[in-house]
Design a protein around this ligand. Structure first.
Ligand code: FEO
Ligand code: CA
Ligand code: CA
Ligand code: CA
Length: 648
């Protein structure tokens, strides 16, 4: 139900029960099909996927671990058609690889510890981005991807990209591949995403640091680079948690994953700056298969979860919200220097439009005060102590701020959050919501603050704010906490939002407002004890507004209070198969086709002892996986059996 112009007033489905099934569970009256699963071919010449580890042509197949996703309507002449629901381009991230299942017998290495190139190529091609054309099936609202479409494309860690914005040409981005620091190869660990009003897609580089190998080379680097690399998780003598020895394949495009500085600095083999070309927002034009992805450095460098665009208003700057998904890291926003011209929405030189709004502007980081107010602190060189004399990093230029962004935020006193994941702007009132997924390392009483009030915060919470005067580019805001995750059977002091069996959740990660103002919440590894244990899930929520929720007091003794949920306002819509995370969501503009990503089903098992085998080869997402089938990440397409709109 919707009152027409305001927020939705009621949820139109029955709550799904928590469960541990190896299948997708949906409310009565809904169906779901597997649309695009790991290994699916994206052209007519690539063979069907055998799913036994022997498949070839990994650069012409769906990647693994589907994450953030966006649907763009596609016109007959191949341009962006925002209102079109029957034909579009589906663009999605492939965050990671579940390497246990993709090789014939697991990942291998030779007697010298070197990886076979064929395995490394398959692992690298499992990462990146897919662009696939999708069409409705006859009169059904369900969709299939068009295997032979000329729009289909894979972007991988091999794909050449341009570096744009303030850090373009910085000496810190000089590599053997691009000595002038203007280009790089590839993108990694693209988690959440974003989209622009002109029809481009943001792939955001999250745990990029975790793929590299750095030797004990501190003495060969200057203090500033040692500081920024260490703050990024790449201190001396580091192998990241996603390090798979790709650098042991003896060719430049693989060896660059060893960033150990070399004495004398060989122009062809010193890869010390390679990792400095990662950690950005990457803008992609899905409508031009030959276009080069653009790394937009003005939006800063950190563990970018995603990038969410506020509604564009003619004659006003564009505003983008971002989170750094790390324990005790920050929430950011970027305000364009140029004011929005609605004519730019239909230009076909989309990456030139991107350069106009994304290469010049002001970066801010958030401070949440204990009285429910907050401020955006500017991160510009020679402002707020970000100058050459800064004790954390000598900021000589805006390029330095855009490369060592975390150190800039550290030095201005931003609020350390409980792992910012997805954000979204309520289209009804402009309020911004962001998940804080969890932080079990906030353990000392003095570490709690009003915006992150729970110690050992295993279940996370969702914060929201309203910019002053409703002006999205304002430099101050009011905030409260929308919901706290908890098990329904937890004590009231933990189950602050009074969740019930119909809506309890933990570790919210994905978060998305559809254009009606309905809020969708997706979870990642929520830990509920005993009978409350469930596979990961997706809920729908009626949002309310800032002020409904917590009453905050002081930083010394934060009040832990949030908005109260009821099954009428927050309700479970979907439970995923075993081992998966639910992440990534979009809908056609008529609200009749919903896309959701099922990431790493079977993650808790191995090839020898699989825990789950979803999806069933029938590609009916509601069916249990078939014994002996290797689990695969997949996009599912959800429709209502009566042909109606989804959710309300
Ligand atoms: Fe890839 Fe922060 O989730
Ligand atoms: Ca995430
Ligand atoms: Ca997560
Ligand atoms: Ca995951």
């Amino acid at each position: 139900d919707n009152d027409g112009g305001g927020s939705p007033r009621s949820l139109g489905f029955q709550a799904v029960a928590k469960n541990l099934n190896d299948a997708v569970t949906l409310p009565a009256g809904y169906s779901a099909a597997v649309l695009y699963a790991f290994g699916d071919p994206i052209d007519g010449g690539t063979p069907d996927f055998l799913n036994n580890g022997t498949d070839t042509a990994s650069d012409r197949r769906a990647g693994d671990q589907h994450d953030g996703m966006a649907y763009f309507g596609l016109s007959e002449d191949g341009q962006y058609a925002p209102s079109r629901s029957d034909r579009g381009l589906l663009v999605m991230n492939h965050e990671q690889v579940l390497d246990a299942y993709i090789h014939a017998a697991g990942p291998t290495e030779d007697i010298n510890g070197n990886r076979p190139q064929a395995e490394v190529d398959k692992e690298m091609n499992a990462h990146g981005v897919s662009i696939v054309e999708v069409r409705r099936d006859g009169s059904s609202n369900s969709m299939s991807y068009v295997q032979t479409s000329a729009f289909n494309r894979r972007i991988t860690p091999f794909t050449e990209m341009d570096i744009t914005g303030p850090a373009r040409g910085s000496a810190r981005l000089s590599t053997p591949f691009s000595p002038d620091g203007t280009r790089t190869r590839g993108t990694l660990n693209n988690c959440a995403n974003g989209r622009t009003p002109w029809g481009t897609y943001f792939a955001c580089e999250e745990n990029w640091f975790s793929y590299w190998n750095r030797g004990d080379d501190a003495a060969l680097r200057n203090a500033a680079d040692n500081a920024q690399l260490a703050r990024a998780g790449l201190g001396p003598d580091t192998r990241g948690f996603s390090y798979r020895k790709w650098d042991t394949v003896n060719a430049d495009v693989y060896r660059r994953f060893n960033i150990t500085a070399q004495a004398g600095g060989s122009a062809t083999t010193d890869y010390r700056n390679e990792a400095n070309t990662y950690g950005y927002i990457v803008e992609i034009d899905p409508f031009d298969p030959d276009s080069r992805p653009q790394k937009r450095t003005a939006l800063g460098r950190f563990v970018h979860e995603g990038c969410w665009t506020a509604p564009a208003i003619s004659g006003r700057p564009l505003v983008f919200y971002m989170g750094d998904d790390n324990r005790f890291d920050y929430i950011y926003k970027f305000v364009s220097a140029e004011n929005w011209d609605p004519a730019d929405a239909s230009r076909t030189d989309r990456l030139a439009v991107g350069a106009k709004y994304l290469d010049n502007g002001t970066l801010y980081v958030a401070r949440f005060n204990a009285d429910g107010s907050g401020e955006w602190i500017e991160l510009s060189v020679n402002e707020n102590g970000l100058d050459i004399n800064n004790t954390l990093f000598p900021f000589a230029s805006q390029a330095d701020v855009c490369i060592a962004t975390r150190l800039a935020a550290d030095s201005v006193g931003a609020t350390k959050m409980d792992r910012p994941e997805w954000g979204s702007v309520n289209p009804v009132n402009g309020e911004v919501y962001m998940t804080l997924t969890n932080n079990t390392r906030r353990t000392e009483p003095g570490q709690a603050d009003a915006a992150n009030p729970r110690l050992a915060n295993a279940n996370g919470h969702i914060i929201r704010w309203r910019e002053t005067g409703g002006v999205q580019e304002a430099t101050s805001f009011d905030w409260d906490i929308f919901l706290f995750g908890a098990a329904a059977n937890a004590e009231a002091s933990t189950n602050v939002s009074s969740l019930t069996d119909d809506n309890d959740f933990s570790s919210a990660d994905g978060l998305w407002f559809d254009s009606r103002g309905l809020l969708w919440i997706q979870t990642d590894d929520g830990v509920f004890p005993g009978a409350d244990r469930s596979n990961n899930q997706m809920l729908a929520a009626l949002p309310g507004q800032v002020g409904d929720g917590s009453v905050v007091t002081t930083t010394d003794a934060p009040t832990i209070a949030g908005a109260q949920a009821t099954p009428d306002t927050v309700r479970r819509f979907l439970v995923g198969p075993r081992g998966c995370e639910i992440t990534g969501i979009d809908m056609t503009p008529d609200y009749k086709t919903l896309f959701v990503n099922i990431q790493h089903p079977g993650e808790d098992g191995s090839l020898a002892e699989p825990d789950g085998s979803w999806p069933n080869p029938s590609r009916n997402a509601l069916e249990t996986g078939a014994a002996g089938v290797r689990p695969r990440s997949a996009t599912i397409v959800i429709t209502k059996d009566d042909g109606g709109t989804i959710g309300i």
